[in-house]
Write a protein that binds this ligand. Structure first.
Ligand SMILES: O=C(O)c1ccccc1N[C@@H]1O[C@H](COP(=O)(O)O)[C@@H](O)[C@H]1O
Length: 213
C-alpha cells in the first residue's frame, strides 16, 4: 500500500495484513505516514536492508510483521529475530521469510529458517525481487515438508479465485488449510503501482471467504 486514502478503503475490507514496501527501487516504495489501521498487521517488506534500518521502520510505523524479500540468510534472520524479540516494541513482531519459487524447489532450503521465521512466504521467482505479477506452479507445494504455516503469493489476481479455492481444498494428506495460512495479493489488484482496486479486492475476498470455511 502506498496511499493513505486507499489504505483506509482497503482496511474496511478487513484484511489480516497490509504490506508496505521499504525498497526504494520499487514503484510501491512507501515514504509517508500510515493512518491508524486497527486489527490489521502492518507489514514492512524489505529487500536486503540492514537490521538497524528495519528496526527503525518497525519503531517508526509500529509494524507488527517484517517480510524479508531479498534472499536474506539464516544468520541474518537469527540476528533480526533476536533484535525484534527485545521488549522495546509495542507488540510481537512476526518474521515472514520469503522464498522464490519456480517449477521446482529444494525444500531443504527451509530448514535453517525453521527456528527463526514465524511464517514462510512463497513468491514467484522473477526479474524483480518481488511484485513480478505472475504465478508459479503451486503443485510444487504438494511436497511441502514443514509444519510452519505459509503465505501463498506471487501474481495472484482476480482470475485466480477458483484456482486458490481449489488449492486450499486440495492440500496434501487432507491436512486442510492448516499450512496455507494466508493468500497474499499485490500487483494484480492495482490500478497503478501501490493503488489497489478495492472493488476487485472485495469481490475476491468474499469469493474466497464464502466458499472456503
Ligand atoms: O511489489 C513490489 O514492488 C515489491 C518489491 C520488492 C519486494 C517485494 C515486492 N512485492 C511483494 O511481492 C509479492 C508478490 O507480488 P505480486 O503479486 O507478484 O505483485 C508480494 O508479497 C508483494 O508484497
Amino acid at each position: 500500500m502506498k496511499y493513505p486514502d486507499n489504505m483506509l478503503a482497503v482496511a474496511a475490507l478487513q484484511p489480516d495484513y497490509m504490506g508496505f514496501i521499504f525498497y526504494d527501487r520499487s514503484p510501491r516504495y512507501f515514504e509517508g505516514e500510515m493512518p491508524k489501521l486497527p486489527g490489521i498487521k502492518k507489514t514492512g517488506v524489505f529487500v536486503k536492508a540492514p537490521v538497524n534500518d528495519i528496526l527503525v521502520k518497525v519503531r517508526q510505523h509500529h509494524l507488527q510483521a517484517v517480510q524479508l524479500h531479498g534472499g536474506e540468510s539464516a544468520e541474518f534472520c537469527r540476528e533480526l529475530a533476536l533484535a525484534l524479540s527485545g521488549d522495546t516494541f509495542q507488540s510481537k513482531v512476526e518474521l515472514i521469510k520469503v522464498f522464490s519459487m519456480l517449477d521446482t524447489f529444494d525444500f531443504e532450503q527451509l530448514k535453517p529458517f525453521e527456528d527463526t521465521a514465524d511464517y514462510f512466504l512463497f513468491d514467484t521467482k522473477g526479474k524483480l525481487p518481488g511484485g513480478n505479477g505472475y504465478t508459479f506452479d503451486w503443485r510444487v507445494l504438494k511436497n511441502y515438508p514443514s509444519k510452519k504455516p505459509f503465505f501463498l503469493s506471487g501474481g495472484i489476481g482476480p482470475e485466480e479465485a477458483d484456482k486458490v479455492l481449489a488449492f486450499l481444498e486440495n492440500q496434501p494428506d487432507n491436512r486442510g488449510t492448516d499450512y496455507c495460512y494466508a493468500i497474499d495479493v499485490n500487483s494484480r489488484f492495482e490500478i497503478e503501482p501501490g493503488l489497489k482496486n478495492t472493488e476487485k479486492l472485495k469481490e475476491f475476498k468474499s469469493k474466497i471467504s464464502c466458499q472456503h470455511q
